[in-house]
Design a protein around this ligand. Structure first.
Ligand code: AMP
Ligand code: GLY
Length: 431
């Protein structure tokens, strides 16, 4: 398993329960991993950017499956390098990972396959972009084409803001990622995410989720990588899920396979539920972080089997996995200062106490100090995750666990899931 965040801890926790590992026959390695993952895996120092070093390690240890957590190594072709050495990988090739690696690639694929998405224009220079702006009306949606660690999208309220943002993008604010920009029509609606596993032919849904990107309660303040999430997202009804598979995901998977670049791994489909039906906002070639954490709490199959089947193009031989009917909800505890400069080194205690009623605390940005005590080392530090029969119960269980954690230099939102809780109260007629 490559990666070191809360997503990877959740995957490692679930994978450790796989028959591939639990019989004591296999070993799970995590590179670089984190102290939470160390409960399930042996930590090793490997640089995912050094494909030869990863391949050498896998060959020496006769690794049966490599699971790549984050997007950057996939977009850089790590899966191709490992497959060339005969090593099985859960995650798409460089060509297929373009679904996340290039916004323009995905938009053009949507054109070719007739997939509903926002109207758009590609611009390769500032002059071209400024000229193109006139074809859109505010708010303007401006996206750096390449990977920008989730920061490459600007929604500008007026033309002056849009012009300034475009000047920044072409001025190098996102490095190479901003050498090309996509301008999009603004979509109105509610956002939700849909996750499927695929081996390039078979598609298996593994759940829906919604996250909270803003740092503050009531969705206020700057954007973050995600301050919390829950699964399922009831707004994505079974009927809508069927429509998304038929009109968005299946044509994507089919088109990539037909073009000789089949997609395998998990496909994260970011959707806007508009008045005209669901439209694709973006694809990611990996699990969401923190969306993966509630998904893994609900996933009742053998994750190792499913991942291996994706890697070996044999997903059709498995039945779709059972997903718990419960709701799972994750609260992200972050270090003060996040999403700006987070305070590092803050002491963390109380995790065992927090887990005593069934909650799971995934580590995201933690480390050990010289005395071996757990400390914060990143922006998003802990992902406190709990289940309940509905969002309200899951929310109460997650916050009860949060309140047992002793992390004085940390903070969290207190309202993860609030929209869904309000909807639940409306439909149940409760106060
Ligand atoms: P992306 O990185 O493409 O997911 O964009 C980041 C966020 O910007 C999304 O989660 C949406 O909230 C918003 N966004 C992106 N594209 C659009 C669009 N065409 N219309 C409205 N909001 C958008
Ligand atoms: N939580 C959003 C993402 O993983 O992209």
């Amino acid at each position: 398993m490559l990666g070191s965040g809360g997503r990877e801890h959740a995957l490692a926790w679930k994978l450790a329960q796989s028959r591939l590992l639990s019989a004591g026959e296999g070993t799970l390695y995590a590179a670089p991993g984190n102290p939470g993952m160390a409960q399930h895996a042996q930590l090793v120092q490997l640089d995912a950017a050094d494909h030869d070093a990863v391949a050498k390690f896998c060959t020496e240890k006769t690794i049966g499956l490599v699971v790549v957590g984050p997007e950057a190594p996939l977009v850089n072709g790590l899966a191709d390098s490992l497959r060339a050495q005969g090593i099985a990988v859960f995650g798409p090739s460089k060509a297929a990972a373009q679904l996340e690696g290039s916004k323009a690639f995905t938009k053009e694929l949507c054109d070719r396959a007739g997939i509903p998405t926002a109207g758009y224009l590609r611009a390769k220079s500032l002059a071209e972009a400024l000229d193109g702006l006139s074809r859109f009306s505010p708010p303007y949606v401006l996206k750096a084409d390449g990977l920008a660690a989730g920061k490459g999208v600007v929604i500008a309220e007026n033309r002056a803001e849009a012009e300034a943002a475009l000047a920044d993008m072409f001025g190098g604010a996102f490095g190479k990622a901003g050498a090309e920009v996509v301008i999009e029509e603004f979509l109105e609606g509610e956002e939700a995410s849909f996750f499927v596993l695929t081996d390039g032919a078979t598609i298996m849904p593994i759940g829906t989720a919604q996250d909270h990107k803003r740092v503050g309660d009531g969705d206020s303040g700057p954007n973050t990588g995600g301050m919390g999430a829950y699964s399922p997202a009831p707004v994505l009804t079974p009927l809508l899920q069927g429509e998304v598979i038929e009109r968005i995901i299946a044509p994507t998977v089919r088109t990539l396979a037909d073009e000789g670049t089949p997609y395998s791994g998990v496909l994260y489909c970011g959707l806007m539920l508009t008045g005209e039906g669901p439209k694709l906002i973006e694809y990611n070639c990996r699990f969401g972080d923190p969306e993966c954490q509630p998904l893994m709490l609900r996933f009742e199959g053998d994750l190792g089997d499913y991942m291996l089947a994706c890697a070996q193009s044999s997903l059709s031989s498995l039945k779709p996995p059972r997903l718990s009917d419960d709701t799972a909800l994750t609260v992200v505890m972050a270090a003060r200062g996040y999403p700006g400069t987070p305070e590092k080194g803050g002491a963390i205690g109380g995790i065992e106490e927090a887990e005593k009623d069934g909650a799971k605390v995934f580590h995201a940005g933690t480390g050990l100090n010289s005395e071996g005590a757990l400390i914060a080392t990143g922006g998003r530090v802990l992902n406190v995750t709990a289940k309940g029969h509905n969002v309200r119960e899951a929310q109460a269980a997650a916050y009860a666990a949060v309140d047992r954690i002793d992390f004085p230099s940390g903070f969290c939102r207190r309202d993860i899931g609030y929209r869904e809780v309000a909807r639940e109260m409306e439909t149940q007629g409760n106060d």
